[in-house]
Design a binder for this molecule. Structure first.
Ligand code: DX5
Ligand code: ZN
Length: 225
């Protein structure tokens, strides 16, 4: 079992205080910082353009994991790479040429991830794995934090882990991850756990210790399998 990484999603952070929020979660044990980019078209919500991600960059000392829930995605890859993304994850559903999209992400020097919505079968990424550093399995329908985990996706995680075999490819799970669901997805083969509400719940920049307790609890639950 590879090391479990916890990637808090700043979609659940205080939108008036991102610099301090990013520093707080990293000081409290976050391995990555998950940045949810939404365009109001591919998903029914709107979040961060490249200038916002560029503003986050100097505060991120770990790894800036940018999840592009946008379509079309190709025209924006370079801009998010220039903004400083370490990982750029595109949705396989975002356009007709995901293979080319992954090539374009690699061409920027960023790591490349491919994401699947709950309705998309694991087979959709079968011919893309050799271009991937990560496969992101959505366990909610994308667009918002705080949604309910979709248990049917656990079998998909297992299927993708089997397809990956011994290639060094992360499986990231995103949506409804907490101390209850973390062990389920870890057992199925996930190693990067995104958590928004379960990390930020009850905490604040002034009570960042609560962020730390939430991160530790999720990590412990996943590692206990
Ligand atoms: C949803 C985003 C997720 C979300 C996770 O579209 O991709 O990253 O912020 O939030 P929780 O952990 O609260 O489900
Ligand atoms: Zn996300």
């Amino acid at each position: 079992m590879s090391k479990i990484l916890i990637a808090p999603s700043i979609l659940s952070a205080d939108f008036a205080d991102f610099g301090n929020e990013i520093r707080a979660i990293e000081a409290q044990g976050a391995d990555w910082v998950h940045v949810d980019v939404m365009d109001g078209h591919f998903v029914p919500n709107l979040t961060f353009g490249p200038p916002a991600v560029k503003a986050f960059r100097p505060h991120v000392k770990t790894f800036m994991d940018v999840h592009l829930m946008i379509a079309p995605v190709d025209p924006f890859i370079e801009a998010y790479a220039e903004a400083g993304a370490d990982m750029i994850t595109a949705h396989v559903e975002a356009g007709p040429h995901p293979h080319r999209t992954l090539q374009a992400i690699h061409a920027t020097g960023a790591k490349a991830g491919i994401a699947l919505n709950p309705g998309t079968p694991a087979e959709a990424v079968e011919h893309l794995l050799d271009l991937c550093d990560m496969v992101l399995v959505m366990t909610v329908n994308p667009g918002f934090g705080g949604q309910k985990f979709i248990h049917s996706q656990i079998a998909k995680i297992e299927r993708i882990r089997a397809m990956i075999g011994d290639r060094p490819i992360h499986i990231q799970v995103d949506g409804g991850v907490d101390t209850e669901t973390a062990p389920l997805v870890a057992r199925a083969g996930a190693d990067v756990l995104v958590a928004g509400s379960a990390v930020f719940r009850g905490g604040s920049v002034d009570r960042a210790d609560i962020y730390g307790a939430n991160i530790d609890a999720i990590r412990k639950a996943a590692e206990a399998v």
